[in-house]
Design a protein around this ligand. Structure first.
Ligand code: ASP
Length: 602
């Protein structure tokens, strides 16, 4: 080894010993002839002192040192002089007095500062990712990620799970996104697909008799990227035979509680994890991934609104829509500019408008409220009694403001759901130290796809409906509920899973409902259906995403890109390697491929 101890491991117990350190120069200070170096390695930072009286040669070497040079230093560990200790640093009681110094590799001035915690443009960070990863927060994020994955593996290993790798070159397995394709050289015109998840493979492993499977699995989905998506991402994929829905939920609940309490005990946990029905989540929070760290529930005001004289509310109801709203405490005094801003926020998220209804004045209770205390267009059109009814429904009191929207249910839910989240954030109700996990259950099995004119799976086609819906499935597909569940936390979806179909006839019925012809079923899913004929056990599983979980557990990671060593940009580009990139003509020929420029495609 080039070192006898890590820089970050230096402690008072080493005083009097001679050590050799190696690492990167984090900072160099010249104090009237004496040079101080903060030397950094994977374990942390240690201080080295170069005194020309003690060792003129090493002092001369240290004079050349610049930030990020890779150097090796030997010397004696001594206590720092009284008053110069640094309690903020684990190594802050001691320093190494250098008697030997060696440059292992000089470095160019980095494009951004590594040691000083300054904001750096993300594009530059990604272009020089190997330097970005040297920075303290990124070191912590990736080390946390490692601990999370290790914890999961150990936890499942102790419960008889077997980790099994599944192939990356495979046939398309649908999770609702586009596949990444890999052309075959040996089979002209044939392609592998990169797995969107190991879904069918883990089901086949159940048929194989591995009753508990898990894998830290890479998944590939070619979809338009949003802030919390990457073309490839990591899941803890797991599957179990002979389980019911509640068995899977209990295992996951136990895992997440143990994981958080062990790795991030400073986080506050809501226990046990509530099970929230999908319909209730959507009606109360406007979304199936509610942030349960705070209340602000949406109330249905359709009943009150439909009898009112106010056309803004009455007309959408007459057209089959809804009126919903929620109360935000203590903001009756918001200025016109502030309420306009909220309306703008709601319109940007699809609402046709937003009624802001402050309950102002000094009335002691709702009963004493007067119309002039309500500076809102609503008050001009509806009776005081109607305002009071809305206030009672939303739970608003004097001093609060009601935020109300009308229109088609899905539009209103999306806009108000996001506005609720925004208000939670603005009012500081969404405590970043608090983790509010919940399971969302009772999802619809299918969703009507308006543009394609067909049913799509809400989860994926292998999810089983609840037993009672098989009988009339084809007659009323929209009514069926699935044995399917999501784990959400703080407004983020962390995992999806389901109890699967394990019989050929039933799987074929679902695939037919989704619009596959018998020939397509055979061609795309024949292998799975055939396996079901050979004694498939009842089974189910789930696949928690690792990236988003690490963001939630970290101190300060802002996106999943902050917890992935080499992520891609929002436009799916790897700025470090410059991928994707053109390939040589000869490679294309071998793969029987030809690139058709856009203008020739017609
Ligand atoms: N394969 C599913 C997914 O990636 C998870 C599961 O059903 O286990 O969402």
């Amino acid at each position: 080894m080039h070192k006898t101890i890590a820089c970050g491991d230096l402690r008072p117990e080493h005083v009097g010993t001679t050590v050799t350190l190696a690492g990167w120069v984090n900072r160099r200070r010249d104090h009237g002839g004496i040079i101080f170096i903060d030397l950094r390695d994977g374990k942390g930072i240690g201080q080295v002192v170069f005194n020309p009286d003690l060792s003129p040669t090493s002092h001369t070497v240290a004079e050349q040192f610049r930030n990020e040079w890779v150097v090796q230093v030997s010397g004696e560990v001594r206590p720092r002089p009284p008053g110069t200790e640094n309690p903020a640093l684990a190594t802050g009681q001691v320093e190494v007095h250098a008697t030997e110094a060696l440059v292992l590799n000089p470095a160019q001035t980095p494009p951004f500062s590594i040691g000083e915690g300054v904001e750096v443009d993300e594009m530059v960070r990604m272009r020089y990712r190997y330097l970005d990863l040297r920075r303290q927060p990124m070191q912590e994020n990736l080390r946390l990620r490692h601990r999370v994955i290790k914890f999961m593996r150990d936890f499942l290993d102790a419960r008889d799970f077997v980790e099994i790798e599944t192939p990356i070159l495979i046939k398309s397995t649908p999770e609702g996104a586009r596949d990444y394709l890999v052309p075959s050289r040996v089979h002209p015109g044939h392609f592998y697909a990169l797995p969107q998840s190991p879904q069918q493979l883990k089901q086949l492993l159940m048929v194989s008799g591995f009753e508990k499977y898990d894998q830290i699995a890479r998944c590939f989905r070619d979809e338009d990227l949003r802030a919390d998506r990457q073309p490839e991402f990591t899941q803890l994929d797991l599957e179990m035979a002979f389980v019911h829905q509640e068995d899977v939920l209990e295992l996951i609940e136990e895992l997440y509680i143990a994981l958080v309490e062990t790795l991030t005990p400073q986080k506050r946990l809501l226990k046990p994890f509530p099970r929230v029905r999908y319909d209730d989540a959507v009606s109360k929070y406007g979304t199936d991934k509610p942030d349960l760290r705070f209340g602000l529930p949406l109330a249905d005001l359709t009943e009150v609104a439909h009898s009112s004289q106010f056309r803004v509310l009455r007309d959408p109801v007459a057209q089959g829509g809804v009126v919903k709203g929620f109360a935000v405490p203590g903001i009756a005094g918001y200025s016109r500019r502030q309420t306009d801003e909220l309306a703008h926020f709601a319109r940007e998220r699809g609402a046709s408008g937003l009624l802001t209804v402050p309950l102002g004045g000094t009335a002691a209770s709702l009963d004493d409220l007067k119309l002039e205390d309500i500076p809102s267009s609503l008050a001009r059109y509806v009776s005081l009694e109607e305002v009071r009814a809305m206030a009672r429904a939303t739970g608003a009191g004097v001093g609060d403001m009601m935020l109300i929207a009308a229109g088609p249910a899905s539009t209103v839910n999306v806009a108000l759901g996001q506005l609720r989240q925004e208000m939670g954030r603005r009012l500081g109700l969404a405590d970043p130290n608090h983790l509010a996990f919940a399971f969302i259950v009772d999802f619809p099995l299918l969703e009507w796809n308006e543009t394609e004119g067909r049913w799509d799976s809400s989860h994926h086609p292998f999810t089983s409906p609840m037993e009672q819906y098989w009988e009339h499935l084809e007659a009323d597909p929209g009514k069926a509920r699935a044995q399917c569940y999501d784990l959400v936390c703080n407004g983020v979806e962390l995992a999806s899973g389901s109890i699967r179909i394990h019989r050929r006839d039933r799987q074929a019925r679902i695939l037919r409902l989704l619009g596959y012809s018998d020939a397509e079923i055979q061609e795309r899913f024949g292998h799975l259906l055939e396996a079901f004929d050979f004694g498939a056990p009842p089974h189910g599983g789930i696949a928690p995403g690792i990236d988003r979980l690490v963001v939630l557990l970290s101190e300060g990671a802002e996106s999943i890109r902050d917890v992935i060593a080499f992520p891609k940009t929002q436009s799916a580009v790897d700025l470090l390697f410059g991928a994707p990139s053109p390939v040589r003509e000869e490679q294309l020929r071998e793969l029987h491929l030809k690139v058709v420029p856009d203008e020739e495609k017609g």
